[in-house]
Design a protein around this ligand. Structure first.
Ligand code: HEC
Length: 176
């Protein structure tokens, strides 16, 4: 083999080899988000947005575009799913305590407001996950209202809630 061929193979071989190490797929065969929709009677429009932008990493059902068959892209996605699900899993939202539901609903609203979610790398590949101002507003207000209504219905008190109220009253005084 020529020197050049050896160099090319040394570079390519590991890349070829890693293609055989595939992460397990995150697919429970159920409609993603159904649990969340049933729990809170989520409006269709919001369900659609969450489906396009969040469920791939935060539910038990991920859509896998063709390029995720290539490693290390598949590995990176698997890592995001694992971390994402351990933070919030919309497929298991009904198993959270009221207190946890409230704090997660607020976290969702905050992360979207601060443009931290969906992840940048995900938006690069998923046009529909680049949320418009209107879509963000729908998520933010709906999640906050839902958190408030659980709070009122169940009388759950959390520290986060206090921070949240301070935050809104602060906003109100600024926006007069
Ligand atoms: C590409 C995968 C991916 C997508 C898509 C995604 N997330 Fe995440 N999400 C993550 C990861 C990974 C973490 C953990 C981040 C960390 O630990 O730094 C996370 C964390 C979060 C958290 C923090 C949870 C907590 O308890 O503080 C919230 C809230 C959240 N995501 C909401 C959303 C929402 C809402 C969407 C859709 C608009 C979304 N995410 C889309 C991967 C994703």
């Amino acid at each position: 083999m020529s020197k050049r061929k050896i160099i090319v193979w040394t570079v390519l071989a590991p890349f070829v080899a890693i293609q055989f190490i595939r992460p397990n797929r995150n697919n429970d065969g159920k409609v993603p988000g159904l649990v969340f929709v049933n729990l809170y009677a989520v409006p269709d429009r919001l369900d659609q947005i969450l489906r396009e932008a969040c469920y791939d990493c935060h539910s038990n059902n991920t859509r896998y575009p063709w390029y995720t068959n290539f490693q290390p892209i598949g590995w990176i996605l698997a890592g995001h799913i694992k971390k994402g699900k351990s933070n919030i899993n919309f497929s298991e939202f009904n198993s959270y305590s009221s207190r946890r539901q409230i704090s997660k609903l607020k976290a969702i609203s905050d992360q979207v407001e601060d443009n931290k979610m969906p992840l940048k790398s995900y938006k690069l590949f998923h046009k529909k996950a680049r949320l418009s101002a209107q879509e963000k507003k729908l998520i933010i207000t709906w999640m906050r209202n839902k958190a408030d209504s659980i709070l009122v219905n169940e009388g759950v008190e959390t520290n986060i809630d206090k921070g949240f109220q301070d935050h809104t009253s602060l906003k109100k005084s600024f926006c007069k």
